[in-house]
Write a protein of this length. Sequence first.
Length: 393
Amino acid sequence: MNNKSTFDEPINRLTTGSEKWDALEEIFGVADALPMWVADMDFAAPPSVIQALKNRMEHGIFGYTVRTDAYHTAVAGWMERRHNWSINDEWIVFTPGIVPALSIAIQRFTELGDAVVIQTPVYAPFYEVVRGQGRELMTNPLIENNGHYAMDLEHLESCFKTGRVKMLILCSPHNPVGRVWTREELESLATLCVQYNVIMVSDEIHADLVHQRGTHTPLALISEAVADLSMICTAPSKTFNIPGLCTSNIIIPNAKLRESFMQGVKTMGLSNISTLGAVATEAAYNGAEQWLDDCLAYIRGNMEYVQEYVAEHMPQIGIHLPEATYLLWMDFRKLKIPQSQLCNMLLKEAGLAFNDGSNFGAEGTGFMRINVACPRSTVEEAMRRLSMLLSKL
């Protein structure tokens, strides 16, 4: 596959109902900014996925759909090849997304008044699903050192010692800071969770987007004891840019936890997989591995371009290339501009729609999250606009 011809060509997404592009005015208050915010690529889905969907569309009947043996084989095969993890078919539970899965897990595995720990700054819906279920939210802030983030396990244990924590929601790899937790880091974390009997719900939606293949360790691989307390959340959506097909695979080795979770999914009426979501998932896992490798190489090129451009033209901005994801976590703190003013300047003066870092928690103040899964020309234009803005300060 030719990276340049495949990923360099801009695709007009306006008037397609795209949240990223068509909802700009509703979400940001402007209609003409360059959208580099939500985790949604501006690349077409893999050819194998598109062809499989075309073939299924020609059939013309889209009735209730079950997860076939071939579907399970595709999911399990992917986990084995990409992550060296052998899973059993019965461990897989379908949900239409990972955020609904988090909400159901909180309902089923905790009680009102129990505490749930998240490691901040982190994906904003983590806050919402905990508070929305009437649980106590405990934050375990990551330790940042010159752009590198690490877990604060001493503080985490102090949270566990309260006796109120029943669940930890882990982001692995981490969004927005881009860390791929090492096996040693996960072992240390998991040891505490097993010691204090804390259920671990691991959001691993970015696991396929590591920039060095093989560096991600599925949490349940640490040990049988860890697997017994774990729920691993996976999806093809970020990997192959098919989030609109609403398909996630939640992997739960513990039969008791799995049965409880499945009952929650059923109660919420979320157990039916979409016809096209099933087709796309199977086609992606079976036929898009090379596409993904090429896509990641292109994204890495975009990231390195930004790093070099910033170093030359905007050295006051901090940038630490992520170990996973197509998201850059950029540090604007040296500008000493209040966060609301920074967001307004980027949006109104430079026409740049980035994610406000403070939306990921107080620890994100002074940062912006930038999506570079787009044609290089888009990245170049964004850097040009940003450089012009900063030159005026």
